[in-house]
Design a protein around this ligand. Structure first.
Ligand code: NAP
Length: 285
């Protein structure tokens, strides 16, 4: 078996075309452009690249990005205050705090300073809870993108065994919750898991979200499984791609799988936030 590609570039391009149309309609109706504020702390080159890519996609779909770059040495308090300012700013529709922030900063406190109505990257506790309860709030962008990619290929999830490797608050944990809301039977694996190979071998749907190149060997993959590789380190994913593609039915390439879906989800949620702000404004809330 040679797997079909889960083509994140093609699916995200279709989503971004839809977002572009929605932005044009929004500008026509409300006479203003939706604004995504991006907050970047420090000099990490990869984070700068990610924020630049997000800003450039914003421009392509007709949104404005407001870039805030803060020094590596700032305190948690300064960052929290800056994010609160953006939360209170009526001109800002969505806020993205680029993860990770420098180690001395309390990232959770900074995330929680994002108003839930502007949490278009889905990082607050409120967003996690509404997502886990399937109440239609903003999704964590990467997990939301993974679900949109699976849906674009009509991957059945109900009753399937989904194995998620990784349990970070922005990726592993929320993607497992989203798979659970779709009636998959979910197993989480992490750094203390015993018998990773055996658990991976049971997966009908595997989501790898670790950041360790080729941790997951191709020979572990169950024949016919759907493999989603969110990992990205040293230009490689978490899954040994060529060998896995021989056994899987569908597989994401790295790059070109999950990454583009993350940005598309972020922007789709930003136009949704902008529309919700306008309706809240009209209702005087
Ligand atoms: P993270 O916070 O470092 O979490 C990594 C997770 O992997 C942790 O839960 C950790 O377990 C687990 N882990 C580490 N070693 C393991 C092992 N040997 N076996 C099983 N599990 C192990 O990372 P993250 O922010 O979730 O990101 C994960 C990867 O996804 C990275 O490569 C990142 O670049 C990529 N990513 C991609 C996108 C995108 O848009 N494509 C977006 C976000 C992240 P413990 O909890 O026990 O420590």
């Amino acid at each position: 078996m040679t797997a079909q590609i889960l083509d994140g570039r093609a699916v995200s391009a279709a989503i971004l075309e839809r977002v572009q149309r929605e932005v044009a309609e929004f500008v026509g109706s409300h006479g203003r452009v939706p604004v995504l504020a991006t907050v970047l702390v420090g000099d990490d080159p990869a984070s700068h690249t990610y924020v630049r890519m997000k800003a450039s996609r914003c421009a392509k779909v007709g949104m404005r990005s407001q870039r805030i770059e803060l020094d590596e040495t700032i305190s948690t308090e300064t960052l929290v205050n800056k994010i609160r300012e953006l939360s209170d700013d009526p001109e800002v529709d969505g806020i993205l705090l680029q993860h990770p922030v420098p180690g001395h900063i309390d990232e959770r406190a900074a995330f929680e300073a994002i108003a839930p109505s502007k949490d278009v990257d889905g990082v607050t506790r409120t967003s996690f809870a509404t997502m886990a309860f399937d109440e239609g709030g903003f999704r964590s962008a990467t997990p939301g993108g993974i679900m949109a990619l699976l849906d674009a290929y009509d991957v059945p999830l109900s009753g399937k065994h989904a194995v998620v490797v990784g349990r970070s608050p922005i990726l592993g944990k929320p993607v497992g919750m989203l798979l659970l809301t779709r009636d998959a039977t979910v197993t989480y694996c992490h750094s203390r898991t015993v018998g990773l190979a055996d658990l991976v071998a049971q997966a009908d749907v595997l989501v790898a979200a670790v950041g360790r190149p080729e941790l997951i060997r191709g020979e572990w993959i169950k024949p016919g499984a759907v493999v989603v590789d969110a990992g990205y380190a040293g230009n490689k994913g978490d899954v040994e791609y060529a060998a896995a593609a021989e056994r899987a039915s569908l597989i994401t390439p790295v790059p070109g799988g999950v990454g583009p879906m993350t940005i598309a989800t972020l922007l789709a949620q930003t136009i949704k936030a902008a529309r919700e702000h306008e309706s809240a404004g009209h209702l005087g809330t």
